[in-house]
Design a binder for this molecule. Structure first.
Ligand SMILES: *[C@@H]1O[C@H](CO)[C@@H](O)[C@H](O)[C@H]1NC(C)=O
Ligand SMILES: *[C@@H]1O[C@H](CO)[C@@H](O)[C@H](O)[C@H]1NC(C)=O
Ligand SMILES: *[C@@H]1O[C@H](CO)[C@@H](O)[C@H](O)[C@H]1NC(C)=O
Ligand SMILES: *[C@@H]1O[C@H](CO)[C@@H](O)[C@H](O)[C@H]1NC(C)=O
Ligand SMILES: *[C@@H]1O[C@H](CO)[C@@H](O)[C@H](O)[C@H]1NC(C)=O
Ligand SMILES: *[C@@H]1O[C@H](CO)[C@@H](O)[C@H](O)[C@H]1NC(C)=O
Ligand SMILES: *[C@@H]1O[C@H](CO)[C@@H](O)[C@H](O)[C@H]1NC(C)=O
Ligand SMILES: *[C@@H]1O[C@H](CO)[C@@H](O)[C@H](O)[C@H]1NC(C)=O
Ligand SMILES: *[C@@H]1O[C@H](CO)[C@@H](O)[C@H](O)[C@H]1NC(C)=O
Ligand SMILES: *[C@@H]1O[C@H](CO)[C@@H](O)[C@H](O)[C@H]1NC(C)=O
Ligand SMILES: *[C@@H]1O[C@H](CO)[C@@H](O)[C@H](O)[C@H]1NC(C)=O
Ligand SMILES: *[C@@H]1O[C@H](CO)[C@@H](O)[C@H](O)[C@H]1NC(C)=O
Length: 624
């Protein structure tokens, strides 16, 4: 980017730091300045008096993400106020802040922060340091790339207000191994669907308390756009009504929503403990979105008025901009403001291919009123979950991963990939979920065909969105002689995880008995579905080495309080080269749900406490 001369003048005058090192000024897409903030304008306006360090607070902890072998993204927010900042504040020097409460005044004065990165918590030897500015223009968020780091190394990092002792909490992060590194064992915690008014985010805290993984992957629905009451949660009864207390549309709405979610102490703990690799699903914008719309919009003039005059594109861009401001992720392509699909090489052990099957270029989805129509067209060859550009990248990424000899390919999908016939399970009327890959059969076939024809094995699809656990052999049905009992004919496996807090798809208050009855129907009628579990909220950990991949599923006994309890629900092994779940699946026994041809032992549901330090009501450095 060509740095405008006024910026240079400013930098010379302040000789202190850099606007451009805060990636959020050019977010989500550097080459589309209309979507970001004009640094030219920022510099031209009259700059009010600076804040004193004591006026500023690190309001939402720290975070890191998108690890490369030599760099990682670091994030914090340093603000003179807790509340998020209205987009109108970019217009002039000082404007009133519309914030659903007492009027606030927002200043456009810049805030300067320093950051440092070290292998030791005492920071006696600093590996990397720098300065960055933030301001109300970007909701006081700070996103910098820490560079010149060593591969596969744990680092500590901390921010402080420039030239002061006002410091952020200390965060921990870890770089990726270099592409050819032989790494013995890597653990991922995999999440989806965290709905604030439905419960506490205990699932995020447990791997931090156990120190059990290296990286965190979030497959989407990190926030929800709903008001948070009625059908959309019981936030009132557990003190978790998210702000603003209505459906969100504007940039400020999305910022405030992220700010509320990020106030959850276990979420802060996870962000401060591990580098995250997140991607959005639909609710980061709104329910059942696709390329041109969403379920609550028919994209008519009437719906435009109903949505406060915010167009689909504008609402999507508000959501996207707030997401990029608040999440510790990279912009991998400066010309494409919607591109979030990207991949990570984790040594010679695996490639992590993160898809955007939702916002980027998805053909029309199930919008509830058109289910029959989507059913009819679900097998049309032209339908795509991600658009041809991303599809080509996806298939090329699979091929180059196999060619470079990476032991595994981990494919991050938002929705469940495998076919799931739910027609008679718990009174369902529609056989398939047309909002998942079942509504885009041709795209699924093209994926399976690419794997089959190029003989690409050791594939593990991880997915979310459904609020339930589904474990399957990855199979091109009707094209392979798949054996449900032996797993022969598989191309890999799929691990689809339950929600952090969003309710069970078969009813928020379903009993464990009814849930397991439904799971029994599902594993009986779906040949490749080996385990179904739809009662528990939770997450899974995926641990990989060159011989095998192990998935451990955890359920949370209760999320109406903040607590560290969890139940080991089931463990699965995939042997390298076998392309199926190792038999007997789950060692022949799971704690609950329905295991095809296996045993369930509901009776001994135990109440394991995640070990490690546990702090109920505060978050500080000791928390990590
Ligand atoms: C910053 O935090 C301190 C201590 O928590 C608090 O007393 C103060 O009011 C906060 N300041 C602002 C501007 O929010
Ligand atoms: C932002 O400014 C515009 C134009 O002045 C105004 O119509 C709109 O209501 C403002 N938005 C908010 C959230 O205050
Ligand atoms: C906030 O500003 C509005 C519009 O200027 C005004 O009507 C209202 O009285 C103000 N509220 C407070 C609490 O100052
Ligand atoms: C930070 O604290 C140390 C120790 O109390 C003190 O010596 C130093 O002057 C302080 N630095 C600033 C910039 O206030
Ligand atoms: C969208 O249009 C369909 C078909 O005209 C109609 O049945 C449905 O009620 C509309 N939905 C909304 C949210 O307006
Ligand atoms: C779902 O399963 C039922 C019962 O076996 C069967 O009748 C129906 O054809 C299946 N539907 C699909 C789409 O596979
Ligand atoms: C995709 O494959 C399935 C079998 O797995 C087949 O029933 C379906 O017709 C195929 N669809 C397309 C568009 O190729
Ligand atoms: C499946 O088995 C049949 C009968 O043995 C054989 O003719 C067919 O080629 C096999 N198909 C595949 C895809 O292996
Ligand atoms: C489930 O139970 C909660 C708590 O008793 C209640 O608020 C909620 O309305 C129930 N949900 C449904 C769908 O019945
Ligand atoms: C787990 O243990 C905690 C603390 O003893 C208790 O509050 C909770 O009810 C238990 N949950 C289950 C499912 O046993
Ligand atoms: C899963 O494995 C862990 C560790 O090996 C073990 O403690 C736990 O009991 C297992 N869970 C089940 C459900 O078998
Ligand atoms: C449940 O208890 C039985 C009997 O004590 C034991 O054999 C079994 O391994 C336990 N199940 C799990 C999943 O831990």
């Amino acid at each position: 980017m060509k740095v405008p001369s006024l910026v240079l003048a400013y930098l010379a005058a302040h000789a202190a730091g850099s606007w451009t090192s805060n990636l959020n000024y050019r977010s989500p897409s550097e080459h589309h300045p209309g979507l970001g903030i004009s640094l030219h304008k920022v510099n031209k306006r009259n700059t009010p008096a600076k804040f004193s360090p004591s006026q500023l607070n690190f309001t939402h902890g720290v975070a890191s993400g998108d690890p490369y072998a030599d760099s990682v993204i670091l994030w914090t927010r340093i603000s003179p106020q807790y509340a998020s900042v209205d987009d109108n504040s970019t217009v002039s020097g000082v404007v009133p802040l519309y914030n659903h409460g007492p009027n606030l005044t927002v200043s456009t004065a810049p805030v300067c922060v320093e950051y440092k990165v070290s292998e030791t918590e005492s920071f006696d030897s600093v590996q990397c340091k720098g300065r960055a500015y933030t301001s109300s223009d970007i909701d006081y968020t700070v996103k910098v790339e820490a560079t010149n780091l060593q591969p596969f190394t744990r680092y500590y990092y901390q921010f402080n207000v420039c030239d002061s002792n006002n410091t952020s909490p200390v965060g921990k992060t870890k770089t990726a191994p270099t592409v050819d590194d032989h790494v013995s064992d890597i653990g991922l915690a995999v999440y989806s669907c965290s709905n604030y008014p439905f419960g506490f985010f205990n699932a995020y805290g447990n791997p931090a308390r156990k120190d059990s993984v290296d990286y965190v992957v979030h497959l989407g629905d990190y926030i929800y756009e709903y008001a948070g009451d009625g059908d959309y949660g019981y936030g009132g009864s557990i003190g978790r009504i998210p702000k603003p207390e209505r459906i969100i549309y504007t940039l400020n709405d999305y910022r405030e929503r992220h700010a509320t979610y990020r106030s959850d102490l276990d979420l802060q703990l996870s962000h401060a403990s591990f580098p995250w690799i997140p991607v959005w699903d639909d609710h980061e914008v709104s329910d059942n979105t696709y390329r041109d719309g969403a379920s609550e919009l028919n994209n008519t003039e009437a719906s435009f008025v109903q949505d406060g005059g915010v167009s689909v594109d504008q609402r999507k861009m508000n959501a996207v901009r707030a997401y990029f401001e608040w999440m510790p992720i990279r912009q991998v392509e400066m010309d494409d403001n919607l591109r979030i699909w990207r991949s990570f090489s984790i040594g010679s052990l695996f490639d992590l291919i993160i898809l955007d099957t939702r916002q980027y270029d998805r053909s029309i989805t199930d919008l509830y009123w058109n289910t029959d129509y989507i059913h009819e067209i679900s097998n049309d060859a032209g339908r795509s979950m991600m658009g041809s550009r991303q599809e080509n990248w996806f298939y090329n990424s699979l091929s180059s991963s196999a060619e470079r000899g990476a032991a595994w390919r981990i494919i991050g999908s938002q929705t469940v990939f495998s076919k799931v016939n739910e027609s008679a399970a718990y009174g369902n009327v529609n056989p398939l979920d047309y909002d998942a890959w079942d509504g885009y059969q041709a795209n699924r076939n093209r994926t399976l065909q690419h794997l089959t024809e190029n003989d690409i094995g050791n594939n593990i699809v991880i997915s979310g969105d459904s609020h339930a656990n589904w474990v399957s052999d990855l199979v091109w049905l009707d094209h392979a002689n798949y054996s449900s009992s032996s797993g022969a004919g598989g191309l890999g496996v799929e691990f689809a995880g339950s929600a952090v807090s969003s309710p069970s798809p078969y009813g928020q208050n379903i009993t464990i008995q009814n849930a397991n009855n439904a799971s029994n129907w599902l594993t009986t009628h779906n040949p490749e579905l080996q385990w179904s579990e739809i009662y528990y909220r939770g997450y899974f950990e995926l641990h990989l080495n060159y011989e095998e991949a192990r998935a451990q599923f955890f359920g949370l006994p209760t999320i109406v309080t903040r607590n560290p309890y969890e139940i080991s629900l089931a463990n699965f092994t995939v042997k390298h080269g076998e392309n199926k779940l190792a038999r007997p699946v789950a060692g022949g026994m799971t704690e609950t749900g329905s295991l095809k041809d296996g045993q369930i032992s509901v009776s001994n549901v135990t109440n394991n406490t995640a070990t490690g330090e546990w702090f109920v009501s505060h978050f500080d450095q000791e928390d990590i």
